[in-house]
Design a protein around this ligand. Structure first.
Ligand SMILES: [Zn+2]
Length: 706
């Protein structure tokens, strides 16, 4: 079952990236879930994209299939309210150049008198709570030399004191609403934005009002006195120190390497030790006064509000009178953008750190970022997504071959900066194996450029993408307020289109039906070593060197030029998961448990099945099973075999299928599960979509109990 889980997780619609943020645990490099297609769907989908979340490269947020989100007021081209199931969504009649609705559907939004934007949305997940946010479109890349770390310091100083609130008041308030106190708990600083966030109860209007007042104070009234700064230096410095572990060091080296030639390279939010220790208070105040202006900000309120207009009025009351500090003098008219230069020749880095626990190779190709604005943009995103799925499926198969050059390989697409994204490939391998891993990764994308994908591979990628679209659509009412808040912040920062989920699902379903194998193949061009490519190895001991990496690149390029790379060999995939279904039994008894609203049936083989219907999630079935008896019952000579049974089964296959075959049989199905085998009991857990219950029960380790 675990193998199914792993295979199912190859990739979801959400290419989860992460934002570099200043955090207590890991300095600036903590990866936060980002806005993306299925991030809206449910926490379940995070499971599917877990492998992506963990596939460590720097990024601000996801690029693929972002935008959309949000619901209700899409002005066009939805013709009627869609209250139908996913299958009944009719194809849309659209042309590639048709624009996507630009307004954030589902929100009351606009601009206050002082230029600050606002977004207000009703959302009852969780009930009686509201997620408030103040987004400032300014981050560490705005810092000059001698200011590295100041954007983050300003974030800290917000919680020290403002015009109307002392440190004590802020602590008291945040604790009174059950919130962890302080910077990094209620805020983050990244390269291009600083965001303050508070989750408040809405049943007491005075709390909502006060929380908005505090955010309004953060917008322009942070005190930032010399004394405040001196008190805060230690905390920020401690974060800097914590960020200096292996992961932090590697991230820093990787980021510098990746963004070389741009201002981003030297502006990680955590900053420089010397600056944190000694930057003068005036310099911090200047940064704050220069950039914290209403026109660079948006206030977001998403929650279980009874009246949205009242919330808008409250926002107007709290924020509209706020003004920037040097009004009329030296006023930047637009937020500057910082270019990331392209390069035709690949760059190389052999990163060595004795604390590296695994050898890895990463290929990253930078590209200008497309902000989704037209139907064609969505189409390209879907084609890119299908490529990632099909490519990962091949990499998974390669990793399962005897003498595989890597343990695992993944492809990814992420956002690096507001105007830059990247396509990447990454593999971890045995020590000393980075050159072979690199050669295989480069060969696989070259193979796609030369020969494309089979119809079967495209059909599988389409089925998986469609399943993800469906889950997103069915779970559209389960999106938490904090996630909507993130979506609106993203809309404010990028101006990407934000159609309703109903519309974006319908549109994507329409487009997905006829995306061709050639369109998917074309995306592999973006993984070429001539496309602003960087190649990095990470090793505990220095083994690879730049010359050897260059030679591998040249070798594969020559093989591709000569057409000297064979077509992909497909495996034989059976038609059905379980060839011979067991003989059905009968129900021999029933019980009712009115106190939990649950029912029980007793099967002829003795198994008891208890079930309960809930309205928690619209397309989710959770299953948990338990049986007495475990390893303690087997002969002593079989003890270790039995104990190792699960991991071995995961590697060699289950139910008569190899893991690669099982993965393909489960493509497009939403089934996750796990088992435990203890000394005295066995358990299993599963999570599936309604339509996939039968498949879940087929692959489920019910065999264990029969
Ligand atoms: Zn911090």
């Amino acid at each position: 079952m675990e193998s199914v889980t792993e295979a199912g997780e190859v990739k979801d619609m959400a290419t989860e990236g992460g934002q570099m943020k200043a955090t207590p645990e890991g300095g600036e490099t903590k990866r936060m879930p980002s806005r993306s297609f299925s991030r809206q769907a449910s926490s379940r989908q995070f499971q599917r994209s877990k492998s992506i979340l963990e596939s460590g490269s720097y990024s601000r947020s996801s690029s693929i299939l972002k935008s959309d989100e949000v619901a209700i007021e899409t002005p066009e081209p939805v013709e009627e309210p869609l209250v139908v199931g996913f299958e009944a969504l009719r194809p849309l009649d659209v042309k590639p150049e048709d624009p996507l609705p630009a307004d954030p559907a589902g929100a009351l939004h606009g601009v206050l008198e002082n230029g600050m934007r606002y977004y207000v949305r009703k959302n009852a997940k969780p009930r009686n709570r509201a997620a408030l946010g103040l987004a400032v479109s300014v981050g560490s890349v705005f810092e000059e030399d001698g200011e590295q770390g100041v954007a983050h310091i300003v974030e800290h100083l917000a919680f020290s004191a403002t015009k109307d609130y002392s440190d004590h008041d802020l602590v008291h308030f945040l604790e009174s609403i059950g919130s962890k106190f302080g910077p990094c708990n209620n805020a983050y600083t990244s390269l291009e934005e600083t965001v303050y966030e508070i989750l408040v109860p809405v049943d007491r209007p005075e709390i909502l009002s006060k929380a908005l007042h505090i955010l309004a104070e953060f917008s322009t009234e942070i005190r930032a006195s010399d004394e405040d700064l001196e008190k805060e230096r230690g905390a920020v410095l401690e974060e800097w120190r914590l960020a200096n572990n292996f992961r932090g060091r590697e991230n820093k080296a990787n980021w510098k390497f990746l963004m070389e030639g741009s201002k981003y390279a030297d502006r990680l939010p955590i900053g420089e030790e010397e600056v944190i220790k000694s930057v003068p208070g005036q310099r911090v105040r200047d940064f704050f006064h220069t950039w914290y202006r209403p026109e660079n900000m948006a206030v977001v309120a998403v929650g279980d509000f009874s009246d949205l207009e009242d919330v808008v009025k409250l926002i107007n009351l709290r924020f509209a009178a706020k003004q920037g500090h040097d009004q009329g003098t030296n006023r930047p008219l637009t937020i500057p953008r910082f270019p990331v230069p392209s390069h035709n020749e690949p760059r190389f880095l052999c990163y060595q750190d004795p604390e590296a626990s695994v050898s890895m190779v990463t290929i990253t190709c930078k590209a200008p970022r497309t902000i989704a604005r037209t139907v064609q943009d969505y189409r390209e995103e879907l084609a890119r997504w299908m490529l990632l799925l099909a490519l990962d499926s091949r990499l998974f198969r390669v990793s399962k071959q005897p003498d595989a050059p890597f343990f695992s390989g993944v492809s990814n697409t992420e956002v690096l900066a507001i105007s830059t994204m990247c396509n990447s490939l990454e593999a971890d391998c045995c020590e000393g194996g980075t050159l072979q891993a690199l050669e295989q990764l480069l060969t696989e994308v070259a193979r796609i450029r030369l020969h494309g994908f089979s119809e079967r591979e495209i059909a599988v990628a389409r089925a998986e993408t469609m399943a993800s679209l469906k889950t997103t659509y069915l779970q559209r009412d389960q999106i938490p307020s904090t996630e909507w808040r993130g979506n609106y912040v993203e809309h404010f920062l990028t101006g990407s289109a934000m159609p309703s989920i109903e519309y974006s699902s319908q549109l994507r379903k329409t487009l997905l039906e006829d995306i061709t194998a050639e369109e998917v193949q074309k995306v592999a061009e973006h993984f070429n070593t001539t496309c602003s490519c960087t190649i990095k190895t990470t090793e505990p001991h220095a083994i690879a060197n730049v010359e050897a990496l260059k030679a591998v690149v040249a070798k594969v390029a020559e093989m591709e030029r000569q057409g000297d790379i064979a077509t992909w060999e497909e495996e034989n995939i059976p038609d059905v998961l379980v060839k011979e279904l067991p003989t059905p039994g009968v129900i021999t008894g029933t019980n009712e448990f009115p106190e939990f609203d649950a029912k029980e049936i007793i099967l002829s083989n003795g198994m008891r099945v208890c079930y309960k219907c809930t309205d928690f999630n619209d397309d989710e079935i959770l299953i948990r099973g338990f049986a007495y008896g475990g390893i303690s019952e087997v002969d002593e000579k079989d003890h270790y075999t039995c104990k190792m049974g699960r991991p071995i089964a995961r590697e060699i296959g289950e139910y008569g299928h190899k893991p690669t075959v099982l993965a393909e049989l489960m493509a497009g199905k939403y089934v996750f599960g796990s088992t435990t085998l203890g000394y005295y009991s066995r358990t299993f857990e599963a999570d599936c979509a309604k339509a996939d219950l039968e498949a879940a029960l087929q692959v489920n380790p019910l065999n264990y109990f029969i």
